[in-house]
Design a protein around this ligand. Structure first.
Ligand SMILES: Cc1cc2nc3c(=O)[nH]c(=O)nc-3n(C[C@H](O)[C@H](O)[C@H](O)COP(=O)(O)OP(=O)(O)OC[C@H]3O[C@@H](n4cnc5c(N)ncnc54)[C@H](O)[C@@H]3O)c2cc1C
Length: 423
């Protein structure tokens, strides 16, 4: 077995692991990224970057790359499929960027390679141990010793399981299916561009929903459908073409002709949060720390922001520029953010009506969203712009995000900003 020594090992090269690796590489930290898949699947679960993620990528000169790979700029977000505007927030990026998850990963991996770090594909982390001075990880033919390990290995995280970390939350009763479907011609009444969340999702019989988002290619659509009240016995069962065809016919009628189903996958409406994000020298980030129903488009975004929070802290600690207690602030800051997201998703789920009373409640809630302050509150929740970390400092701005201030004369940026020129 080959042996390797490094400073940080990252398990998983999804968006969270890749963002974290970029942050560490930028700070000159020796990092190894392990990925069990031999190649990227191209399977694009997430389709958006929220305003706060756009800000974070802009800080690192990465937004331009994401924009180059995007297919839409969407004027609003949504809460329980009710469009909410980002307009009231002081940000340069009051929109969702429509970009497939695979393209986000490709952009991050490209930048990582430019920084001299290559993802070790086909290396599945299978075991981990730690002591006071470091961690030891086994992955295929590799034995790696490092100072820290970060589990960015997704919802079924091996790292989280190895830590025996409780992962509790709400057991849902429903499920959804996401599929990228190419039609022979544009289905009747289907939008051809994704500009707003209005009318993107409709509901049929109680608890059922179907969403339609036009993608980059003509006649290619993300079809998302499901049932909030029922789930198949086996949530990992393959999605059948008939299931997709049935949902498509319900939405567009029999004239809609499917030419190809590019991929399809099931997801549950369970919500879970790791009890801790840190155990000694091992951390959890992204879906390894929190999973939930993809309402509002928040999961990938939260993972990238977890990575941004943890990256500089690990680097500062490893460079002896900060005490190791700084690392505790990662969980203190980021876990409440995930808790808030899980809570807002539970609220969104409750607003998908399954009874006449809930239908009335949803109608009333929709009316309330016309109030600008309510819009502002809801868009703050899903965009990540309302972030407020708890601090001891009584100043109202303490712990909030630094508003987007343009200085008259830019001073030296802490990191390279050559792509956007902003920081
Ligand atoms: C249908 C659907 C739609 C979604 N839409 C959105 C959306 O619009 N917006 C949004 O923000 N979020 C969305 N999400 C959520 C988003 O996809 C996830 O939050 C995101 O993928 C999390 O990224 P991650 O890097 O933490 O984990 P993952 O993307 O799961 O990546 C984990 C990586 O780790 C690797 N791995 C796993 N185990 C090991 C191991 N033992 N060793 C080495 N490697 C390992 C995996 O192969 C994988 O590459 C959606 C999710 C679904 C299911």
């Amino acid at each position: 077995m080959a042996e390797l020594t490094t400073e940080v090992v990252i398990a998983g090269a999804g968006p969270t692991g890749l963002m974290l690796a970029n942050e560490l590489a930028l700070a000159g930290v020796d990092t190894s990224v392990l990925e069990r898949m031999h190649e990227r699947t191209g399977l694009s679960k997430a389709l958006n970057l929220q305003p706060r993620t756009a800000e974070v990528l802009d800080l690192r000169g990465l937004l331009g790359r994401a924009q180059d790979r995007s297919f839409a700029t969407v004027a609003d977000g949504h809460f329980a499929v009710i469009p909410v505007s980002y307009a009231g927030w002081n940000t340069r990026h009051p929109y969702q960027l429509g970009i497939p998850q695979a393209e986000v990963e490709a952009a991050l991996e490209e930048r990582l390679a430019e920084q001299g770090v290559k993802v070790r594909r086909g290396h599945e982390l299978t075991s981990v141990t730690q002591n006071a001075t470091g961690v030891t990880v086994e992955a295929g033919d590799l034995l790696i010793r490092a100072k820290y390990l970060v589990g960015c290995d997704g919802g079924r995280s091996t790292v989280r399981k190895a830590l025996k970390m409780p992962f509790e939350g709400i057991e849902g009763q429903g499920h959804g299916v996401a599929a990228d479907v190419l039609f022979a011609r544009t289905p009747p009444g289907a939008p051809t561009q994704w500009r707003s969340m209005a009318d993107m999702v409709t509901s049929g019989s109680p608890g059922k929903f179907i969403g339609v988002i036009p993608l980059a290619e003509p006649n290619l659509y993300r079809i998302t459908f499901g049932d909030r009240l029922n789930r198949p016995r086996n949530l990992r069962a393959e999605v059948t073409p008939d299931e997709v065809a049935k949902a498509v016919t319900e939405r567009f009628g029999p004239e809609a002709k499917i030419a190809e189903i590019r991929w399809a996958s099931r997801f549950s409406d369970d919500s879970r949060l790791a009890q801790n994000y840190r155990v000694g020298r091992i951390f959890l980030a992204g879906d390894a720390a929190h999973t939930h129903f993809p309402a509002g488009g928040q999961g990938l975004n939260m993972g990238i922001q977890d990575a941004m929070n943890l990256g500089w802290k690990l680097a500062a600690t490893l460079h002896n520029q900060a005490p190791t207690t700084l690392l505790d602030t990662y969980e203190q800051e980021r876990r409440p953010v995930a808790k808030q997201v899980l809570d807002n998703i539970a609220a969104q789920n409750a607003l998908i009506p399954t009874t006449p009373n809930q239908l009335a409640l949803r109608a009333l809630f929709r009316d309330l969203t016309e109030i600008p302050e309510v819009q502002h509150h809801l868009s703050g929740l899903i965009s990540g712009l309302n972030i407020k970390y708890e601090t001891q400092d009584p100043h109202p701005a303490a712990g909030t995000r630094l508003p987007d201030i343009k200085t008259p004369k830019a001073t030296q940026a802490p990191y390279s900003t050559k792509e956007t020129g902003s920081y």
